[in-house]
Every structure is written in structure tokens, then in C-alpha cells.
Design a protein around this ligand. Structure first.
Ligand SMILES: Cc1ncc(COP(=O)(O)O)c(C=O)c1O
Length: 436
């Protein structure tokens, strides 16, 4: 038994869990497949999708006064409360729903940069382009220096000290994600926020938690962040929604709003009622997972935290199996012809995402070969504007990104490893690849 196996779901629990999601082992055409691209959009919770369809099929406007409209308004309010109190564990501040997490990043960074005092902005090399580009654009616009903390190739992350070394009393904004969407590295968010505030108590801190949200509970007030965002489509929910929590001082900055609304209201236009109902279903699901381990009488947030911990524990077991093997099948670290990139040794610092390279296949070729064998992965290629900066930072020419989910079983991982071994049998010359 491996170190993290005891924390994993039992076989019986996994059967129940898998039943709750669509397309776990077959696609919409009934073709068998193993879906390992959850970081691009996760498997969908059936109850969330059903709620979405049920609510969205109604024409009623939640801001009107007929009885169904009032029911929809109540669902929205429940969703808002769930988002603020359960997902974000927040007592203060406001939530900001929008169409995508990218739009949120650009808008919130714009508003912060119009209000913050300072001469520089600190950001990390692994930020998503929506954060990185917004920080670049607005630091240039306001004549501020952009400082970028580089990566640690061994851990797959950015060292806390490397970030804090760039922060000074003139840092207006720090953007630092909760976990990387290329390596899965979990940033030391609380340490980073408190360290930065010690240097400059007035600093604003944006924490993009889009990648981390499906793997661990968020706690922006405790971290000391000013803004934190996630996207439900990567968290068992539906596409077309992104959500942020904003601290009191950010939520009350002048921003685009209908002037009849409160100064800290960031919702613009007709609310997407169905999307709020989706969030409530996601929380119901996670809280139910937490029932088993949470103390008696635990509130909804405590159940949610316990459920997220169970998810993280199971996923850590899967990660270990991917790296070190299942039964007699060797793990990625031990398959000749495969290199695990960003292979931090401490698995507690990693979400279930990893990047590999093949000696004799480019990442695009490998992804195509995986798909021929029923395994869906994703290429983090140098040609992609979403990947290039990070792939280069790790000294790679492109990686296959693997992002399973807690619904996956040890048998799934075994099958994936067997297919990987098959891919290394490819004839041919080593492909041109820089070494890390
Ligand atoms: C870490 C991270 N941040 C932000 C985003 C942007 O999210 P959205 O697609 O909702 O704009 C993504 C999407 O891949 C992401 O992985």
C-alpha cells in the first residue's frame, strides 16, 4: 500500500460517486474513454446540470413579482449566501458573479489599479493570461513597474520568498494564484499574503483560485486576500459563470454599476438564476461527502471543508499512483521514455495535475495517440498563448497535461499507465527537446 492510499475513497464509495457524474467512462456517443482533462472543464455533476436545466427552462424573471419569479429570487439568494459563506467562508465583503473568471480578473484588476497607490505590481510567472495580461496592461497604463516572480523547476511552483523579495512598501498590487493550472503546485497563500502585508499593509492582493477550487476549500479572509475567483465549469458545474469574492475595501471602489444599486453591488443585468442553483448543488454534493468525517452538528461550511478534504485526500492517493505505480504497473516516474516535469517530491504541495514529456513524441503527437486509445489529455504547447510563458519557464518544449478528478479509481490510473507504456514503444528518433 502506498503512503496516501489510506485516505482514498473505498471501492463502494467510488461506485456511488461515479454514478453522480455524467460521462465518467463513456462519451456522449457511448464510446469508452478515460477523461483526464478536468482542468479544462471538469466532469459534470448530474444534480447540478439537472438544476440548471430545470431552472433555466423557466421564462420567469427573478426580479419580477409573480410567484414563480419570487421562488427563483429565493434560489438566487440561497446561491449567493452559499457562495459567500460556504465556498468563500466570508463574513465581510461582496460576491461578484460574471460570465467568466477571465472577465472578473480583468475588471477587478482594472478597478484596483485605478485606486491603489504605489509604483510597482508583483505577479508570478504561472498566472493565467487573464491575470498576467491585465496586470501587465494596467501597470503599463499607470506607469508602474511589473515585477515577475520566477518558477522553481523542482517544486513546479513559485517560492514564497521569491514573491516576497519583490514586494516593497510601494507595491500597489500582488497577483498570486492559489494553485498552478500547469503543475498543480499549491501556493503558500496565507504565508504570502501575511508576508506581503507585513512589508506593505496597504497592498491589494488578487488570488486566482480557478485551478484550486475543485481540489481544496478556499478561505480568502483567512488568507488575507482582497479578491479571489473561481469558475464553476471546472468545479463540477456549468459553463458561463465565474465568481469572485471581494474584500470590503475593494468591493466599495467605484466600479461599473447601475447607480440605483448599493455601492458594493457588482451584479450587472439580469441574474443567471440557474447558475446560482448549480452552485447550491455543488455544495450539497461536497457537504454530503463531508458527512462521514465532519464532527456531529457541523455547519454547512464545516461539512463542505470536510468534503473537500476527502476529495483532496483521494486525489493525493491517485497522484501517488500516477507517479509511482499501481499493482505491478510502473508509475510515470519509472517508465523509460517518459519524463515527469515539475515533479515536486512533497505531494501535499500538489493538486492532482501533472505534466509529462515523451522522449519520442511531441506533446501534440502524444495527446493524439492517447485519444486513439480512449484517453483524453491536453497539450500544453509552446504554440499556445495560454501555455508558452509557463512551458518556457520550466525549460520544456511542451508537455502533456494530465488532470484526473476525484471520481477516478486506481483502475483508471492503472489503465492510463498501461496506455502510457504503450506510447513509449513508438519507433523513431528522440524528438527535439530542451532539457529542464
Ligand atoms: C488558473 C486559471 N485562472 C483563470 C482561468 C480563466 O477562467 P475562465 O475560463 O472562466 O475565464 C483559468 C482557465 O483555464 C485558469 O485555469
Amino acid at each position: 500500500m502506498r503512503k496516501y492510499t489510506p485516505g482514498m475513497f473505498t471501492a463502494a464509495e467510488l461506485i456511488e460517486i461515479r454514478e453522480k457524474f455524467y460521462y465518467v467512462d463513456k462519451d456522449c456517443y457511448g464510446r469508452e474513454r478515460l477523461f483526464l482533462d478536468n482542468a479544462g472543464g471538469s466532469l459534470r455533476l448530474k444534480k447540478a446540470e439537472e438544476a440548471f436545466h430545470r431552472i433555466d427552462s423557466m421564462p420567469d424573471a427573478s426580479e419580477h413579482s409573480n410567484s414563480l419569479a419570487l421562488e427563483l429570487a429565493a434560489l438566487e439568494d440561497r446561491g449567493r449566501e452559499d457562495i459567500k459563506k460556504v465556498i468563500f467562508n466570508a463574513k465581510s465583503g461582496a460576491i461578484y458573479p460574471s460570465y467568466t473568471a477571465s472577465q472578473i480578473a480583468m475588471e477587478v484588476i482594472r478597478v484596483i489599479m485605478e485606486n491603489a497607490k504605489g509604483t510597482n505590481v508583483v505577479i508570478t510567472m504561472l498566472e493565467h493570461p487573464s491575470v498576467f495580461d491585465a496586470a501587465s496592461f494596467y501597470s503599463a497604463k499607470h506607469g508602474m513597474e511589473l515585477r515577475v516572480a520566477g518558477v522553481n523547476r523542482e517544486t513546479g511552483g513559485v517560492d514564497t520568498q521569491a514573491i516576497l523579495d519583490l514586494v516593497d512598501e510601494n507595491t500597489a498590487l500582488l497577483c498570486c494564484m492559489a494553485a498552478s493550472n500547469i503543475s498543480g503546485y499549491i501556493y503558500e497563500t496565507e504565508k504570502i499574503c501575511s508576508g506581503a502585508r507585513e512589508i506593505n499593509p496597504d497592498i491589494y492582493i488578487y488570488v486566482d483560485a480557478v485551478q484550486h477550487a475543485p481540489h481544496g476549500a478556499l478561505d480568502p479572509e483567512k488568507w488575507g486576500a482582497d479578491a479571489t475567483s473561481f469558475a464553476p465549469y471546472k468545479f463540477f458545474g456549468a459553463r458561463g459563470f465565474g465568481i469572485a469574492w471581494l474584500s470590503d475595501r475593494v468591493s466599495t471602489f467605484e466600479h461599473h454599476r447601475l447607480l440605483g444599486k448599493a455601492g458594493d453591488d457588482w451584479e450587472i443585468g439580469s441574474p443567471a438564476t440557474a447558475q446560482f442553483a448549480v452552485i447550491t448543488e455543488i455544495i450539497n454534493y461536497v457537504a454530503e461527502l463531508g458527512q462521514k468525517t465532519a464532527p456531529a452538528g457541523a455547519n454547512r461550511r464545516a461539512l463542505f471543508e470536510a468534503g473537500m478534504k476527502r476529495i483532496a485526500d483521494h486525489e493525493r492517493g491517485l497522484l501517488e499512483m500516477m507517479l509511482d505505480g499501481v499493482d505491478d504497473v510502473p508509475g510515470l516516474r519509472h517508465i523509460p521514455g517518459v519524463t515527469v516535469q515539475m515533479d515536486g517530491k512533497d505531494l501535499t504541495t500538489r493538486d492532482l495535475i501533472l505534466g509529462i514529456e515523451f522522449d519520442k513524441l511531441t506533446c501534440e503527437e502524444a495527446v493524439a495517440e492517447y485519444e486513439k486509445r480512449g484517453v483524453i489529455t491536453f497539450e500544453r504547447a509552446l504554440t499556445s498563448m495560454y501555455s508558452r510563458r509557463m512551458v518556457e519557464a520550466f525549460g520544456s518544449k511542451g508537455m502533456v497535461r494530465l488532470s484526473p478528478l476525484h471520481v477516478n479509481t486506481p483502475a483508471d490510473i492503472k489503465r492510463f499507465l498501461q496506455v502510457t507504456q504503450e506510447l513509449t514503444a513508438t519507433e523513431g528518433e528522440p524528438c527535439d527537446r530542451m532539457t529542464a
